[in-house]
Design a protein around this ligand. Sequence first.
Ligand code: NDP
Ligand code: 8X3
Length: 250
Amino acid sequence: MSKIVLITGATSGFGEATAERFAKEGYKVIITGRRKERLDAFKARFPNADILTLCFDVSDRKAVFDAINTLPEAYKSIDILVNNAGLALGLGRVPEADLDEWDTMIDTNIKGLLYVTKAVLPIMVARKSGYIFNLGSIAGNWPYEGGNVYGATKAFVKQFSLNLRTDLRGTNIRVTNIEPGFAETEFSDVRFKGDKEKAAQVYKGTKALDKEDIAHTIFTLSQLPAHVDVTRIEIMPTMQTCNGLFVERH
Ligand code: NDP
Ligand code: 8X3
């Protein structure tokens, strides 16, 4: 019987590439996101794959639980959850940053991930089996100018992953926090509200991670034997390093 994977934020970037990889490997794939036309287009691209589309906003608690609690029988027994939906908004320093943007990042990256996890977990706990991937970021490990609340949401994801794994001792459920460095997806388009030029500047002259690099990492980890759990994995483009402690000089 095919295994079932649910991926949030599968309309773009890492989520889309991960959904594509699992679909090609013969998994039943549940793809979610807010842009229904993208979900439908993905399903149309793979007419021979088993794909279920669910359109909801992860920060809408009721919508999340309604969607998971009414899964069709054939898609109920989720084996793998990829908590990928997330975003950064703006790059302003704390004094100038926008409070509404902070709220949206917290609601999506933190609360959304918690709602989906809580909704899916009973299925895994009942079966004493499952694998949860959370999309953290190097921004949750290392500070950078303007990364403030985005980085803090990803630090939350890292710590929640560690605590989740601890609480799930004895259930056979694995948890891995995936911590990528910068990758050329729609991430910067969203961060700069559709300003394509500004987004392009982020990647200019670099070889950033490809979305397939992260899909490959997630798929490969999912194939490890059930007794192996990788707690965290930080993956950066070779060109990117953590800069160390910068000192402003006069
Ligand atoms: P993209 O912008 O390409 O994709 C983000 C996905 O998240 C989209 O499918 C979007 O779907 C979904 N999403 C955003 N908000 C919501 C919401 N409220 N409800 C449901 N879905 C939502 O970015 P990436 O693929 O780069 O990012 C994926 C994850 O990886 C994020 O958590 C991000 O923080 C993290 N990350 C990204 C890095 C990068 O440099 N690109 C590096 C490290 C981590 P839709 O708009 O259709 O709802
Ligand atoms: C995204 C990676 O370095 O742009 O999480 O913050 S970075």
